[in-house]
Structures are given as structure tokens and as C-alpha cells.
Design a protein around this ligand. Structure first.
Ligand code: ADP
Length: 473
């Protein structure tokens, strides 16, 4: 089966978040199980360093609204996956990927360009797999402008929602880009809404965890699209993301001090911890090491940490290591904490892949108290490294972390539901107390966490099932 996979981010060419990882992992893992995957993505600034390995394919003029834009297609073999870059220097080669006044124009151009590319294919794809708002107009444009051509007649579409918060909302004047007289399919609350357009028209829709799939049907998590999603609930599926064991596996990870597995993790994980706490000059090298790696964003529940960590520092021996950038308010909080608790708190400001690996391998407890979380990769990586997650019971966090039960001695992490600092603090204190007072149980907990299988293979098989359902009707 042939799939045209359209994503506005594909690692290593572009990345702002999890979408880029999935833009890489999904096509690769589906190719492994026999799918012909062709990836389409914008040619952003920075991608020119790959240009020497690309092959020019063709050029096409696209007319939408009162615009006429040329796009050039370049082809690259990305580890066996054919990747097509859509080039239009003026639109895509800027300092950032998003956040411009003409984003509506830029990403509908990208979507038209993906559809136009099919015209150059000998055999069209069975499915166009769209990802998030940037390519969510494709199912509509396909229906309205391309269906009459033989090549396009039988193409199905899948829309994967990686994060419902970002929808591509624009003023009604952008309606002209759809090249159709006004239509409520693409409007929502008196605005143009690209994601809603895809929700209305895609053959099937999926989110990146089963629990988030259910949550987005509610007003609390629906970001105003719960109504539109409920209308399509029988076509809405949840498929858990996976993590790449070629990148994140303590047995083989070349970025960590000492590799470890299920039989030597107790001694070898400790070597990683000793190395990191020594490097960052922590005072008490044996104290529980608690980490956070991620965006400094409201979504991540950082305000729960903001009202809690200082008291935890005062009441326990715990040390903290924080890695990430984002909202200045949260960054300043962690800088403050680092200044005040020297030798106990380390805040590294920046994006640092090698350090992230070192932290996953070295720390004992990993924080992820997100307010909402479509899937979350951090907690899955942490567990793989025997680092026990403390999470809020939401989205994919609920699907992946089984709460520790002291009576049955089961579970793989600690979790709480009420979005309240006291509740978060209590559960974090439980984790710290177990670490400090019962190492035998802690090691059993680590072993169970490490045994989880959140691999890409499992995820690919789920998408494969969905592709078959889509094509077979
Ligand atoms: P989201 O996609 O919402 O940002 P996820 O947990 O799904 O959150 O994925 C985040 C990924 O990015 C994880 O693999 C995490 O380790 C990585 N990451 C986040 N911030 C940083 C950082 N500052 N340095 C290195 N890796 C990071």
C-alpha cells in the first residue's frame, strides 16, 4: 500500500516538537512493515545543508485566492524513505517555521503542493496521511478540486491530531484561499479553522493516545472542537505513539556514561548518576535526583511545580535537574530556584539532546504533571531508563503510567488527578519517601518501568490496521 505522508515537521530536517519525531518515526516504521511511504514536507531555511543530496523533481504553479505561487519539488532518500521537499523560498525559508501573519497562505500553499505532487506520480497513493492543522485542509481541497481527475478519485485521507491546542485559526478574509464560494466546512466561531476543516472531511481521524481520544470529546479538553469531533466520533481512533529504541535504549545509548540492562541496572544506572551529579557539583550525591525535561509551557503543568518544589527542597534531601526553554516566567522561576539552592538545583537553559539522554539515565524521578498531554514521550523514555515518572492522570500519561500501589506492589510510576499543587506535592513526597526508605521496592518499581514496551513496532502495527480499515471501507 502506498501512503503520502504530509507533515510540516520531519526530524532531522525540521523540529519544534513531537510532531517532528513522529514525522520521522512513523514513515520509517511503516516502511519496515511493508508500506511504501512518501513523505512531503516544506523546504525550510536550514534544510539547504541537505541540498547536495537532493534531486530536483519538477516545478508547479499553484493558484489560490488571488495568489499565484511556484513551488519546486526536491527529492531526498532519508534512510530509505523517499522525502519530497516543497520549496518556495519566499514562503518557507524564514527564521522560524510558524508565527507569521501569512501562515494561512503558507500552509494552504503547502497543502495544495502536496496534492499537486500526486499528479507527478505514476501510481497515486491509497491514502494521504495528514498531520495537524498545517496539512488539515488537504481532505477538503481534495474533495473540492481534485476528485474529478482519475488519479485522485479513490484516494482516502487520514488526519492525525498530535495536539488539538493548535488549530490554524485565521480571519474570514482567508476564505478565498480555498478557491470556493463561502462554505461553513472551514469556518468555526466566525473564523477560518484549518484543523476543523480536516475533522469535517478526513476519511478517518486519530489522536496519539487512546485516552486523549476520549478526552478531546469533552468540553474540558476539546479546545472548542469537541462538537465537531463528537460528530465524527465513530471515525476517531486513539493510537499510542512509540519511542525509538535505536535512540532511547539504556543498553546501547552512546550518549550516556554507562550502558545498563535489566540485570545490571542497579549498579550501572548509579554510575550515570554519580557522573552527572559530580559534573554539576551537587552537594549530596546520593540524594534522590528529580528531573524535568521539556518545553516551559502552560500545558506542562509547570505552575504545579512552581508552587511546590521549594517546599519539597526544604522538607526533603531531593536534588533537581531541569532542562528546557519556553515561557520567560517559568524560565525565571527555575533560575531563581537554581540561585537559591546552589548545589541542589541545576537549571540548564536550552535544547540539548546529549544532556537529555544523560539526565534520563542519571535521575531517579521524572516529573510530568501536564494539564493535558496528547501522548507524551518524556515519561515513556524515562521509564525505559528506569527513571520513575510522576505524572498527572491525563491523555497519554494515563495510558502509559500505571500508578504504584503499595498494597499490591504493582505499578510503574506515581500519578495524581486533581490539578492542585498540594496533591502534586503529596504524590511527589510519596515517591521521594519510597526512594529514601525502601530501596528494594524502588528497584522492583524500576524493573517494572523498564520492562514496558512502548516501541515503534507496536505503533506501526496499529497504524497499519487503521490504513487497512480506511482502504477497505
Ligand atoms: P511535546 O511534544 O509536547 O514537546 P513530548 O514529551 O511529547 O512533549 O516530547 C518532547 C521530546 O523532546 C522528548 O523526547 C524530550 O526528551 C525532548 N525534549 C524536550 N525539551 C528538550 C530539551 N530542552 N533538550 C533536549 N530534549 C528535549
Amino acid at each position: 500500500m502506498k501512503i503520502l505522508f504530509v507533515s510540516s515537521e520531519v526530524f532531522p530536517f525540521s523540529k519544534t516538537g513531537g510532531l517532528a519525531d513522529m514525522g520521522n518515526f512513523l514513515p520509517k516504521s511503516l516502511k519496515k512493515i511493508g508500506y511504501q511511504m512518501i513523505v512531503v514536507t516544506p523546504y525550510y531555511k536550514g534544510i539547504e545543508k541537505y541540498h547536495k543530496d537532493m534531486e530536483y523533481v519538477f516545478t508547479r504553479a499553484i493558484v489560490f485566492g488571488n495568489q499565484r505561487e511556484e513551488v519546486h519539488y526536491y527529492k531526498l532518500d532519508n534512510d530509505g524513505v523517499e522525502t519530497i521537499f516543497v520549496q518556495n523560498q519566499r514562503f518557507f525559508e524564514r527564521d522560524n517555521y510558524y508565527g507569521y501573519n501569512d501562515d494561512a497562505m503558507r500552509f494552504i500553499l503547502f497543502s495544495y503542493a502536496a496534492l499537486e505532487f500526486i499528479d507527478s506520480m505514476d501510481i497515486p497513493p491509497h491514502i494521504i496521511h495528514c498531520n495537524d492543522w498545517q496539512s488539515a485542509t488537504i481532505p477538503y481541497l481534495l474533495d473540492e478540486h481534485y476528485r474529478m481527475w482519475d488519479k485522485y478519485r479513490n484516494i482516502h485521507t487520514l488526519l492525525t491530531i498530535h495536539n488539538l491546542e493548535h488549530q490554524g485559526v485565521f480571519g474570514l478574509d482567508k476564505a478565498q484561499y480555498f478557491n470556493r464560494s463561502f462554505d461553513y466546512t472551514y469556518t468555526h466561531f466566525n473564523s477560518i479553522n484549518y484543523l476543523k476543516t480536516g475533522i469535517e472531511r478526513a476519511t478517518k481521524i486519530n489522536t496519539v493516545s487512546p485516552n486523549y481520544r476520549n478526552e478531546i470529546l469533552t468540553q474540558e479538553f476539546g479546545f472548542t472542537l469537541d462538537g465537531a469531533l463528537n460528530k465524527r466520533s465513530s471515525d476517531l481512533i486513539g493510537i499510542l505513539n512509540g519511542i525509538d529504541f535505536e535512540v532511547f535504549d539504556p543498553r546501547t545509548d552512546k550518549l550516556i556514561k554507562e550502558n545498563y540492562n535489566l540485570s545490571n541496572f542497579i549498579s550501572n544506572k548509579a554510575i550515570n548518576k554519580k557522573d552527572l551529579v559530580t559534573k554539576f557539583k551537587f552537594n549530596n550525591k546520593n540524594a534522590p535526583l528529580i528531573s524535568y525535561i521539556g518545553r516551559m509551557a502552560h500545558q506542562k503543568g509547570i505552575y504545579l511545580m512552581e508552587h511546590t518544589l521549594e517546599r519539597v527542597l526544604n522538607e526533603t534531601n531531593a536534588n533537581f535537574i531541569i532542562l528546557g526553554t519556553g515561557d520567560a516566567h517559568y524560565e525565571n522561576y527555575f533560575k531563581y530556584l537554581e540561585d537559591k539552592y546552589q548545589g541542589r538545583v541545576l537549571y540548564y537553559h536550552g535544547y540539548n539532546e546529549p544532556l537529555a539522554h544523560e539526565i534520563y539515565a542519571a535521575s531517579d524521578i521524572f516529573l510530568m504533571p501536564s494539564l493535558f498531554e496528547p501522548c507524551g514521550l518524556g515519561q515513556m523514555i524515562a521509564m525505559r531508563y528506569g527513571t520513575i515518572p510522576v505524572v498527572r492522570e491525563t491523555g497519554g500519561l494515563k495510558d502509559t503510567v500505571e500508578p504504584y500501589n503499595e498494597y499490591t506492589n504493582k505499578g510503574t510510576g506515581f500519578s495524581f488527578y486533581d490539578e492542585h499543587p498540594e496533591v502534586f506535592k503529596n504524590i511527589l513526597m510519596n515517591a521521594i519517601n519510597l526512594y529514601n526508605n525502601d530501596q528494594t521496592r524502588w528497584h522492583q518499581l524500576m524493573r517494572r518501568a523498564m520492562r514496558n514496551d512502548f516501541g515503534l513496532e507496536k505503533m506501526a502495527l496499529e497504524y497499519s490496521k487503521l490504513y487497512k480499515i480506511i482502504v477497505e471501507g
